[in-house]
Write a protein that binds this ligand. Structure first.
Ligand SMILES: [Zn+2]
Length: 322
């Protein structure tokens, strides 16, 4: 049987979460920032064994900026020689213009690093100056808020980008497969259908939102995102928090149920799946340390006044797909 893997471009992952990535740093960019740290130490004459050695053996009383580059072969080729650790050249890693533009202010005491508000150099601030950037992703607050559930957020991140292996993608790859949605058996499976238009998914959305006291407006992903965003009117409100938790949890559980049906031949009704999601979120909400107390209305909606520890001991809450 052919093995399919998730395909997410590494470059799309290597951005901060605010810019739509997963917050992983590109090694090449981080290495440049580390090299900048060495240069900064040289410029500020920070007293380390390495800077002492470079000043004594390479610079010999001259500043970095006084040393000419290869047009004058009688000088030390600071920018173009392979003298850095691991055989790297400064000119390959970082341009003089970048260094000059980030450290060109002088105070009475010496250089000020303009890459941070405090004027103090840090590798992180150098990385911020040197890294590739993307526009701010308006959906990042739906995914990576403080109280998020990581595996749910990651699944939603993939779903929003259309990177889950739905059956329509297998068909594009040329394999003769049954394209019918495993949940409703009525329409062909795609991201838009599976998570937002499927009759089974709709029952789950409606059930969980009714139990939570939230209005479910539509069945398209665009409206879904708008719906989740519309609860931002109070940035840290409990309704906004719960809307975002539901959004990611439902997508996660629907994908899990779909996989169980296809690969394990096990089925769960929409009502049972909704109850499972509700109980998992109930447990999660009960364990949150929020800056504000939950309203009595929310506590009643989610049965948070009940003895969760006793229920947990009886196995009634806390079950979740791995
Ligand atoms: Zn369906």
């Amino acid at each position: 049987m052919k093995e399919y893997k998730l395909e997410v471009a590494w470059t799309s992952i290597c951005y901060p979460i605010q810019e739509g990535g997963l917050g992983i740093k590109r090694l090449k960019e981080w290495n440049r920032a580390a090299i900048t740290k060495l240069l900064w130490r040289l410029l500020t004459r920070k007293d380390t064994i390495w800077t002492s050695w470079v000043h004594a053996n390479l610079l010999r009383g001259k500043s970095i900026w006084q040393i000419r580059i290869p047009s004058n072969p009688s000088t030390t080729y600071l920018w173009h020689d392979y003298w850095l650790p691991q055989g790297a050249r400064i000119s390959d890693l970082i341009s003089a213009r970048v260094i000059a533009s980030t450290a060109n202010q002088y105070s009475d005491d010496g250089l000020i690093w303009t890459g941070s508000a405090s004027g103090t150099f840090s590798t992180s601030s150098a990385w911020e100056l040197l890294r590739a950037r993307q526009p701010i992703d308006p959906n990042h607050q739906l995914l990576w808020f403080k109280e998020h559930i990581p595996r749910h957020a990651f699944m939603l991140w993939l779903a929003i980008r259309g990177r889950l292996r739905t059956l329509d993608k297998l068909f594009i790859d040329g394999d003769p497969v049954d394209l019918h949605c495993a949940l409703c058996q009525m329409k062909n499976e795609s991201h838009e259908h599976l998570f937002f238009q499927c009759s089974y998914a709709n029952i789950v959305w409606l059930t969980i939102n009714r139990k939570a006291g939230l209005f479910w407006p539509s069945t398209t992903s665009v409206d879904l995102i708008h719906w989740s965003s519309s609860h931002r009117w109070k940035k840290n409100s409990e309704r906004h928090l719960i809307a975002r938790l539901i959004l990611a949890a439902v997508v996660y559980f629907i994908w899990f149920e779909r996989n169980n049906r296809i690969f394990n031949n096990t089925y769960k009704s929409a009502a049972n799946l909704s109850e499972e999601i509700f109980q998992l979120l109930r447990l999660h909400i009960s364990n949150l340390s929020l800056k504000y107390p939950l309203s009595e209305g929310i506590k009643v909606r989610w049965n948070l006044n009940e003895d969760l520890n006793a229920e947990r001991a009886r196995g009634l809450v806390g079950r979740q797909p791995n």
